[in-house]
Design a protein around this ligand. Structure first.
Ligand SMILES: [Zn+2]
Length: 379
């Protein structure tokens, strides 16, 4: 099944990317595709600090996936849309990009909608959906990517299980039991569902009776479990202060946070060189002395850098040149990516930092770092 995750322009690009990453992580028959229109394709997106302020006095009545719109000062960008218009956005995307009728299009939007639902399915085609992406932070004590990704998995399962919205409303559990098909009344219930990441016995029976593809169900279960795991690890960090292990996997030395659901820190080649160098040199490095490590950096970069040897050497030369700002830029980009992935609390010991004029270093306890030399791509 091809599923296109698209967005309206006001949706935060990092939020969009984070959600897509969760959805794409577990392999299976549900293939998620990036929005072809959006800047989301730009991995080197140079967006600076997120200055968005949370909107006030919003709460979502999840009983029927509703948003109770009580805000005094609505955000200027968010509009109230008719369902029809939200699905029209899906249809126009289909036309522009020649999406087959049986493929699904899921729209992430910050706009509210005429019935104040949190998520909806197109009654006409049944293959268009919208998800309200805004305001989550107010009522779930975790990063918005988790409830949004979870909700996407829920609507996918529900699309397989129920014939239409009426059938869905009839069959969802009115009393929350911690099942993905709970009809939630309030924020505590949403957390309940997220924390259990479960499909109850009667829903499992229904899935068997309907003969839904086991591989689809497996992908949904594994993804929701992954969401649960990542969410709980962050939550527990507040009390345990236990940090995630890092695994560096050959041949491309990809960087994974093992205890964060194996989330990958996606750095571009030069950023990765810098990060691995700082991981290696525990006592830290003066930025102006980076050239002492030029040879090591060139060697590492030669494994995954692009272009000719001369071009690669040239880039490393710029990187270590104290007169250029290149290293500082890379280090702050790395910092932003780590904070994006882990959240501010957890990222402190993973970022490269140091007092002005002093060495920069990564504080992380190096016993948490392992180098997996035998790891193979797609293994
Ligand atoms: Zn159930």
């Amino acid at each position: 099944m091809h599923i296109h995750l698209i967005q309206t322009p006001e949706v935060d690009i990092d939020k969009y990317n984070n959600v897509l990453e969760i959805l794409q992580k577990i392999p299976g028959p549900l293939k998620f595709f990036k929005d072809k229109n959006s800047l989301a394709t730009d991995e080197e997106n140079s967006k600076t600090e997120n200055t968005k302020t949370p909107s006030k006095n919003h709460s979502i009545n999840f009983f029927d996936n509703k948003i109770e719109d009580q805000e005094e000062h609505p955000k200027p960008e968010a509009k109230r849309q008719r369902w029809k218009d939200l699905f029209e956005i899906c249809n126009s995307y289909r036309q522009t990009h020649l999406i087959a009728e049986d493929e699904w299009v899921i729209l992430l939007t910050d706009d509210t909608n005429e019935y104040n639902w949190f998520a909806g399915a197109d009654p006409k085609t049944k293959n268009n959906f919208f998800i309200h992406a805004d305001q989550w932070e107010r009522y779930v004590p975790c990063d918005a990517r988790f409830p949004i990704a979870y909700q996407i998995m829920a609507i996918i399962l529900q699309r397989y299980m129920f014939t239409d919205m009426i059938d869905l409303q009839k069959k969802l559990h009115k009393k929350p039991i911690g099942c993905i098909n709970d009809f939630c009344k309030n924020k505590e219930d949403i957390i309940f569902k997220l924390r259990t990441a479960d499909i109850c016995v009667s829903c499992q029976k229904e899935i068997i009776d309907l003969d839904i593809d086991g591989a689809v169900i497996n992908q949904i279960i594994r993804t929701t479990e992954d969401i649960r795991h990542q969410m709980l690890f962050r939550e527990r960090f507040k009390t345990t202060k236990v940090e995630s292990r890092i695994s560096i996997r050959s041949p491309k030395k990809r960087i994974f946070f093992t205890d964060m659901g194996d989330a990958e820190l996606k750095l571009n080649p030069l950023e990765k060189c810098i990060y691995l160098l700082f991981l290696k040199i525990e006592e830290g490095i003066y930025i102006h002395s980076l050239s002492e490590h030029q040879e090591w950096l060139e060697h590492e970069y030669s494994f995954w850098g692009n272009g000719t040897l001369a071009e690669m050497q040239n880039r490393i030369g710029q990187l270590v040149n104290p007169l250029e700002n290149s290293a500082h830029e890379k280090i702050s980009k790395i910092k932003r990516k780590i904070e994006q992935l882990l959240g501010n609390d957890l990222s402190k010991n993973y970022i490269i930092e140091g007092p002005r004029g002093d060495k920069n270093k990564i504080l992380l306890n190096r016993t948490l770092v392992t180098y997996d030399e035998n790891w193979r791509e797609n293994a």
